[in-house]
Design a protein around this ligand. Structure first.
Ligand code: UDP
Ligand code: MG
Length: 151
């Protein structure tokens, strides 16, 4: 089953939005298979955002990600990579639709509270960067047959 990496950035944690964000993924029907709270080092933040190293905001972004606790998660479900990005909303909260996490809960691009993998390759790389294989929990939930309609 498909998996994606989702992180609540330091602004989301400090603003008390952990439960709100978890709840949106959980209520949708996605399954939480890993979660931890960590303060990433700057070096780690640079690894996470390596694709953006030429961008002018890269240094500030990595300083910010490593400035405090981050809630790192892996969510599982059919289409979770793409739909997770839909739940999150556009990168710039000024452009995110109402009803999305960034649309409802954030105002500026530099403090957009949440990260989500943007495709299958980045999902795999980001899960491997943030989690050891044994930190991912394989389990079935009773809700699955009601969410997917199969036994
Ligand atoms: N970012 C920023 N300024 C910009 C574009 C992006 O500060 O002009 C930050 C923003 O926090 C964003 C992160 O860099 O979430 C990663 O950028 P990306 O384009 O990957 O957006 P995302 O995948 O998070 O929507
Ligand atoms: Mg991105």
């Amino acid at each position: 089953m498909e998996r994606t990496f989702i992180a609540i950035k330091p602004d989301g944690v400090q603003r008390g939005l952990i439960a709100e964000i978890l709840s949106r993924f959980e209520r949708k029907g996605f399954k939480l298979v890993a979660i931890k709270i960590v303060v990433p080092s700057k070096d780690f933040a640079q690894k996470h955002y390596h694709d953006l190293k030429e961008r002018p905001f890269f240094n500030g972004l990595c300083d910010f990600l490593s400035s405090g606790p981050v809630v790192a998660m892996v969510w599982e479900g059919e289409g979770v990579i793409k739909y997770g990005r839909k739940l999150i909303g556009a990168t710039d909260p000024q452009k995110s639709e109402p009803g999305t996490i960034r649309g409802d809960l954030a105002v500026v691009v530099g403090r957009n509270i949440i990260h989500g993998s943007d495709g299958p390759e980045t999902a795999k790389d980001e899960i491997n960067l943030w989690f050891k294989p044994e930190e991912l929990v394989n389990y079935s939930s009773n809700a699955e047959k009601w969410i997917y309609g199969v036994n």
